[in-house]
Design a protein around this ligand. Structure first.
Ligand code: MN3
Length: 214
């Protein structure tokens, strides 16, 4: 991975690219603060385990990608660390972003229409049993698919049932919405569409198409 030689091996908590209250009313400040603290725990745990649990100076991305080589505890913490990092960057307080032409065309090709895609993603997110994540991925044939993972698993894992590059993701653990939407995961998913950063998502799609799982 680029820059690894210069990396000191510390898993750092990335700053949020916006203020804690910036996504209101769709995600409220308390929920974001609580959720970000939750992300911090994964970084702390990785730092505690590094050097003792069979890995050192291996990026969290690689720990997740090559997850069959590591323990469930490493996989859970590395997954929690990278999933939240991806998730924060796919959200924005700026309204009105649009998918790029390339992403829009791929969505129409693979789902029939943008609304069909939204429905497929919504259903995938809604029916994750227990804790997990919903994803839009580019698979190895270059096609888009919606899929879900349990716990903090990620579709880049070498053990993933449906493997691919994450383009869009949604955390559907109860901690992501319970403070605001109580038990309505559907309300939370509906709110989510208002804060998706389609520019960032389109960039991920275009890079994913070029590079594949690195
Ligand atoms: Mn979470």
């Amino acid at each position: 991975m680029n820059g690894r030689n210069n990396w000191d091996g510390v898993y750092r908590l990335p700053e949020l690219p916006y203020a804690f209250h910036a996504l209101e009313p769709y995600i409220n400040e308390d929920t974001m603060r609580f959720h970000y603290q939750h992300h911090a725990v994964f970084a702390e745990n990785l730092n505690k385990m590094a050097g003792k649990e069979g890995f050192y100076r291996i990026s969290a991305y690689e720990l997740v990608r090559d997850s069959s080589k590591y323990t469930a505890e490493i996989r859970e913490n590395a997954g929690g660390y990278i999933n939240h990092k991806m998730f924060w960057r796919m959200l924005t307080p700026v309204q009105g972003s649009q998918p790029s032409l390339a992403l829009n065309n791929a969505i129409n090709r693979d789902f029939g229409s943008f609304n069909n895609f939204k429905k497929a993603f919504h259903d995938e997110a809604r029916f994750v049993f227990g804790s997990g994540w919903a994803w839009l991925i580019v698979d190895h044939t270059g096609h888009l698919q919606v899929t879900a993972t349990a716990n903090h698993d990620n579709p880049i894992m070498d053990t993933a049932r449906e493997r691919g590059i994450p383009v869009l993701c949604l955390d559907v653990w109860e901690h992501a919405y319970y403070g605001q939407n109580q038990n309505s995961r559907s309300d939370y998913i509906n709110s989510f569409w208002n804060i998706v950063d389609w520019k960032a998502v389109s960039r991920r799609f275009e890079q994913g198409m070029k590079r594949g799982i690195r």
